[in-house]
Write a protein that binds this ligand. Structure first.
Ligand code: ADP
Ligand code: MG
Length: 380
């Protein structure tokens, strides 16, 4: 057990690291952030910060020596420089989990190999035949880069010859995945924690609504049948166990019309769709992450409100005149609403499509709370 008072190192300095740091600090830990760019959201609220490249072996070695355990909040970290880190200090989750999850091809092949339900896909090598992979999967389909995609970046939907031509030119020279387009009933996610002792706990299922590929709303409880909720949680727990995970894992799922669950992707870190846990759950995902990597008992994951909706606040919520920033969102509207909880990430510069903060609204029932959250978002 890494007891309170010790130092937790976090690779990555974004908002997930910031909220992790709040939770760890509250439990008496010191947090040391490792992040390439200065003035990051997490460094600002942590005891120590190192600004160096992820491939800087010397800086990483010094960071490892200064920490009692290391975790990460960001997926696009090169894995090789982490090998020596693991010789100095425990790294949770293990680098091999990161390696699997950070690349769509490895991730999908892992799901297939271990018989977890996933979206039908075909691989395309860097110099491979994209059109042939598209023919194999059939139209409509989605072409995604194998490496380093997020928030819908590096994705093209292919539904006809024109969009196929666009995809062929956009992905030329890149490794890619061609996926069947799933006409899903809804999207859901389950966040699950597993500790070194093998204790596993999942959070209630969240239903997620995306807009332009970026998460817009997370709704709890998910409006799917209770049996499907149980199946989704069991699926995430089984994946965590199979990965031999120590830490936190988010599993994104498609729910099909005929009531099947398909894993879309996995992230071995806190997740945007779990932010509601800070205001509507006995333990937040961030505290659970601290508990899991430090070997503390995992916390209770029951809801503390009948329903909750998390709303992302992007830079778009600021007042713009063309490209010029002319005013802040109306924070008072959120702050004055009973049951609403505002979280801002301290990012200096709002930009369109940039995640600046979120709010969670609790309520008596999911659909009504979603409608109230939509109205509140419009007032921002
Ligand atoms: P990211 O890494 O950008 O989150 P995802 O693979 O999760 O990438 O894709 C983002 C969103 O795009 C998904 O949440 C979903 O709404 C949509 N999407 C992705 N793949 C598919 C698919 N095969 N069928 C239908 N919608 C998809
Ligand atoms: Mg996703």
């Amino acid at each position: 057990m890494i007891s309170p008072g010790k130092t937790i190192g976090v690779l990555g300095g974004g908002q997930l690291g910031r909220m992790f740091s709040h939770a760890a600090t509250r439990l008496g830990y010191r947090v040391h952030i490792y992040e390439p760019s200065a003035k990051c959201p997490a460094g600002e609220v942590s005891a120590r910060e190192t600004n160096a490249d992820y491939a800087d072996a010397e800086a990483l070695a010094a960071f490892a020596r200064a920490c009692d355990v290391v975790t990460y909040e960001f997926e696009n970290i090169p894995v090789e420089p982490l090998w020596p880190v693991e010789k100095t200090v425990r790294l949770h989750p293990h680098w091999s989990v990161l390696e699997t999850a950070q690349n769509r091809l490895r991730e999908k092949n892992w799901l297939r190999k271990h018989d977890f339900p996933h979206v039908p896909f075909a691989e395309v090598e860097a110099k491979g035949d994209l059109a042939a992979a598209v023919r194999k999967i059939g139209l409509p389909c989605v072409v995604k880069t194998a490496d380093f995609g997020y928030d819908g970046k590096g994705q093209v939907k292919v539904s006809d010859d024109a969009s196929l031509a666009r995809a062929v030119s956009e992905f030329s020279g890149q490794r890619a995945v061609v996926e069947k387009f799933i006409d899903f009933k809804c999207e859901c996610s389950v966040i699950v924690a597993r500790s070194a002792s093998g204790e596993v706990r999942s959070f209630p299922v969240a239903e997620n609504i995306h807009s332009k590929h970026i998460l817009d709303f997370s709704i709890v409880p998910a409006r799917i049948a209770p049996a499907l909720q149980t199946a989704a949680r069991e699926l995430a727990e089984a994946i965590a166990a199979r990965l031999d995970l120590v830490g936190l894992l988010a599993v994104e799922l498609f729910v099909t019309d005929d009531g099947k669950l398909l894993v879309n992707e996995m992230a071995p870190r806190p997740h945007n769709s779990g932010h509601w846990t800070m205001d509507a759950c006995a333990t937040s995902q961030f505290e659970q992450h601290v508990r899991a990597v430090c070997g503390l008992p995992l916390g209770d994951t029951s809801l503390t409100a009948p329903a909750a909706v998390m709303v992302n606040i992007l830079g778009d919520a600021w007042k713009w005149s063309g490209d010029k920033l002319v005013g802040d969102p109306d924070w008072a509207a959120v702050l004055a609403t009973p049951g609403a909880h505002l979280h801002l990430y301290g990012k200096a510069e709002p930009r369109r499509a940039r995640k600046m903060g979120h709010f969670t609204l609790t309520g008596a029932e999911a659909s009504a709370t979603l409608e109230a959250a939509r109205r509140l978002k419009a007032r921002l």
